[in-house]
Design a protein around this ligand. Structure first.
Ligand SMILES: NC(=O)C1=CN([C@@H]2O[C@H](COP(=O)(O)OP(=O)(O)OC[C@H]3O[C@@H](n4cnc5c(N)ncnc54)[C@H](OP(=O)(O)O)[C@@H]3O)[C@@H](O)[C@H]2O)C=CC1
Length: 471
């Protein structure tokens, strides 16, 4: 279940059950295939999706999206977990402590716990297996990470509700229904009962049941609400496919109905070749009058989805898209200039931000640093230079670690070069690229005078989980 990928302002063994359901092909990320970079779900299907190609690891994505039950289904939904007379109201602080203790105990054996959980789930509810991808490798990680995230947020109700609502909406595209939640809850409790032997007690079980009931109800409600206004997924035809380097392609998609998003957000993608495997990729354009969408996809080593999108997809192929998510959007309440760092295919959402400023009519200074290891890796440099020539408020500086790019540019690593060109007081920071680059880029911006709360980027947890990969 849980997919997750957030944009933030800086502010997955053995089990004791017959092996039946796990397995499948190897996985590979946002902006990427790597399974990584994508959505991560708790219990439900997920493929990591991510912003642009995350680099190649299998893994979850975070993001938002989707659709879910109707208002009618929500109203008629059974409690997410069977009511138990012994379980009273959710008591955040005490329950959170008990839940944290359980999580601490199972963390070193999380693989075994999640394997047991899924094996039990698929044994007792075989109909649910079809909601999940063939390979469950990265799914196991997602469950535990989502549990950890929810547990950490249990005393921060507003953030927790936001996180869970996002997950609930995002699960619509997996086909998750309200009636699936009790089955998941029963198997989760059974797995914890078996493995958390040191901390498990009747009180602890009651805390978990209360927490799971609250969690699932928030997700079910968010999905039902979302179903009133958006489809669970969009179909999108590939109308253009341009191979820019041996491993990077720019794809243009035509959705079957209007696809709402903001510049800087990412989408979730499922290809016809890897059913149930979803990845996140940033949209490389602002919303356009013709409704077309653009993606920059780099092959992630062993990445199923990224490899398919770069080397197999052709015009006429039809993909599925989840709802747009992410908050790396232009802050229109700010008059500050935009200082944008795009590393590799991380330039995709930066380009979208530039387009949005161009269409907004209110000229704000935009400084783009576009970095890669070598000049030949700057696959979108000509297009960025063209934007630079067209807009007087925009400056694009290509940066390559191995020497200046053809046509001129800067030498060095992106964060170092940006710091050297500071100070940057008076600018808002927007960063996109490999997790390590984003981390050191944030440090560089702060050192160069950009207030931390004025810096936006995708979640480092999500980036880390997806790796530099996005399948
Ligand atoms: N496709 C998309 O829509 C999007 C993709 N992304 C993410 O962007 C990344 C793009 O990957 P790719 O194109 O292969 O980019 P690269 O791995 O080639 O990295 C791009 C630049 O960032 C630098 N860099 C990497 N790590 C660090 C670090 N720790 N400190 C400083 N600089 C660093 C690289 O330096 P060096 O070569 O020396 O390592 C390189 O100059 C992926 O992680 C993807 O998930 C993000 C948003 C959107």
């Amino acid at each position: 279940m849980f997919e997750a990928r957030h944009t933030m302002a800086t502010t997955s063994a053995d089990n004791g059950i017959p092996q039946s359901a796990a397995g499948g092909p190897p996985a590979a990320g946002r902006g990427g295939d790597g399974d990584g970079g994508g959505e991560w779900g708790w219990f439900a299907p997920a493929g990591g999706e991510r912003t642009a190609e995350q680099s190649a690891r299998p893994g979850p994505d975070v993001g938002s999206a989707g659709s879910a039950g109707s208002a009618e289904s929500a109203e008629s939904a059974e409690p997410a977990y069977p009511a138990n007379p012994g379980y009273g109201r959710f008591e955040p602080s005490r329950d959170a402590e008990l839940i944290r203790r359980t999580l601490e105990e199972i963390e070193p054996i999380s693989q075994a716990v999640t394997s047991y959980f899924y094996a039990l789930l698929f044994l007792q509810h075989p109909g649910l297996r079809e909601l999940f991808p063939a390979s469950m490798d990265s799914q196991r990680d997602r469950l535990f990470k989502a549990l950890l995230t929810a547990a950490k947020l249990v005393d921060e109700r507003r953030v927790l509700v936001e996180f869970l609502s996002h997950l609930g909406r995002g699960h619509r595209k997996y086909g998750t229904r309200p009636e699936h939640y009790p089955a998941v809850g029963e198997c989760l409790i059974a797995a914890l009962t078996r493995y958390a032997t040191r901390t498990w007690s009747a009180e602890t079980e009651a805390a978990w049941v209360r927490a799971y009931t609250a969690i699932s109800q928030i997700m079910i409600d968010a999905a039902a609400e979302d179903e009133r206004r958006a489809p669970a997924w969009w179909r999108a035809e590939v109308v253009a496919h341009e191979l820019r380097t041996p491993d990077i392609a720019v794809l243009t998609l035509r959705p079957d109905q209007p696809y709402p998003f903001r510049a800087g957000q990412y989408t979730s993608i499922e290809t016809p070749w890897w059913p149930k495997v979803w990845r996140h990729y940033s949209l490389a354009c602002a919303p356009r009058p013709d409704g077309l969408l653009v993606l920059h996809v780099k092959v992630v080593p062993a990445g199923w989805v990224s490899t398919a999108l770069v080397h197999r997809a052709r015009p006429g192929d039809v993909l599925r898209l989840g709802a747009a998510a992410g908050s790396m959007a232009v802050d229109h309440s700010s008059d500050a200039g935009l200082l944008c760092l795009g590393g590799g295919t991380g330039i995709a959402p930066v380009k979208a931000l530039v387009e949005e400023v161009a269409r907004g009519g209110r000229a704000r200074s935009v400084e783009v640093f576009y970095g890669a290891r070598a000049g030949r890796d700057l696959y979108d440099l000509e297009a960025m230079r063209e934007l630079d020539r067209r807009y007087p408020w925009l400056t694009v500086r290509p940066v390559a670690a191995e020497g200046p790019p053809d046509g001129g540019g800067l030498t060095g690593r992106l964060p170092d070069v940006v710091r050297e060109h500071g100070p940057w007081q008076g600018y808002d920071g927007y960063l996109s690229g490999p997790p390590g680059m984003v981390r050191s880029g944030v440090e560089a911006l702060v050192a160069a005078g950009v207030p931390a709360h004025r810096i936006r980027h995708d979640s480092l947890d999500a980036l880390g989980a997806a790796g530099a990969s996005r399948d």
